[in-house]
Write a protein that binds this ligand. Structure first.
Ligand SMILES: CC(C)(COP(=O)(O)OP(=O)(O)OC[C@H]1O[C@@H](n2cnc3c(N)ncnc32)[C@H](O)[C@@H]1OP(=O)(O)O)[C@@H](O)C(=O)NCCC(=O)NCCS
Length: 264
């Protein structure tokens, strides 16, 4: 079975050094709850433009999450590339998707964070998208679904027992957003142009995609079990040969059995 299908995801450790091989997607998971002094020390290794972004964030919780997620991103990519995390230089596409500059071969990656969880998907031969959302009940789910979901998705949500609706809403959201992030357009890609399965307990699938039925059959999406109270999904333009999921050991994962120093 694909290791990423709902409901379980084995977050393996120790994580590998080096790049995924062609056909593989690696997804890394980290907790974002850093001790304040460790976070402040790590923040010093961010680039000037990353520090500018931190300064523009109004809420301290958003600043801390951004810094921890960026450090996680830098450290995982540095481990993949056997490079210095602080020396990695990022560019961003017109739609805001970060990429690494000065690489001799392409490396595709996508970061997502919500609450205290960050996920990073990495592949060498295909674009990837990942999304994680903390399941919140204080949202206008019906209003958001009407605005962003396809009519058949909203209808399927309405048909579910009330107790399942919140979970289903976040399943649709994360499946859809992972697809849009793989496309690289984010929300500008048109959230209603991609249709996904709604049942949160059944495997994620793409049911509709811009470009017609052939496109929908080509795209791939799978759920990830990011932790209690979270929904997550990973997507790519075609079914990967293998998906491996890794727990990032370090100061942001206090449940790790490995000491932070073991990972550069
Ligand atoms: C950036 C976006 C892709 C996702 O934002 P988000 O859900 O707030 O945040 P996530 O944690 O999932 O992803 C953020 C990361 O995605 C990456 N990203 C930014 N733009 C991206 C793009 N166009 N495509 C793919 N990835 C992108 C960045 O690494 C970013 O991290 P950073 O903020 O630390 O630089 C954006 O399109 C957006 O605002 N989406 C809104 C979500 C929404 O309303 N969905 C409705 C239901 S489907």
């Amino acid at each position: 079975m694909n290791p990423c299908q709902h409901p379980t995801t084995p977050w393996l450790t120790p994580p590998p050094a080096g790049l995924p091989v062609a056909g593989e997607i690696h997804v890394w998971r980290a907790g974002l709850d850093w001790a304040p002094d460790a976070l402040a020390a790590a923040a010093a290794s961010l680039s000037p433009d990353e520090r500018e972004r931190v300064a523009r964030l109004r809420l301290p919780a958003h600043r801390d999450a951004f810094v921890a997620a960026r450090i996680f991103l830098r450290r995982v990519l540095a481990r993949c590339l056997d490079a210095d995390a602080a020396a990695l230089r990022f560019g961003t596409t017109a739609h805001g998707k970060p990429y690494l500059v000065e690489l001799s071969a392409p490396l595709h990656f996508n970061l997502a964070h919500s609450g205290s969880v960050a996920l990073l998907a990495v592949a060498v031969d295909a674009t990837v998208g990942v999304d994680v959302e903390r399941v919140r009940i204080n949202l206008d789910l019906d209003g958001i679904a009407r605005r962003f979901f396809r009519s058949e998705e909203s209808a399927a949500l309405d048909a579910l027992p009330a107790a399942q609706r919140t979970e289903a809403f976040f399943a649709v959201w994360t499946r859809k957003e992972a697809l849009l992030k793989a496309l690289g357009k984010g929300i500008a890609g048109g959230v209603d142009r991609y249709g996904v399965t709604v049942d949160p307990g059944s495997p994620a699938r793409v049911l509709a995609a811009a470009g017609g039925p052939g496109e929908a059959a080509r795209w791939w999406v799978a759920d990830l079990a990011a932790g209690p109270g979270y929904r997550a999904a990973v997507a790519a333009p075609a079914t990967p040969g293998r998906v491996l999921t890794w727990a990032w050991p370090g100061p942001m994962d206090s449940s790790s059995s490995r000491a932070p120093e073991e990972i550069p």
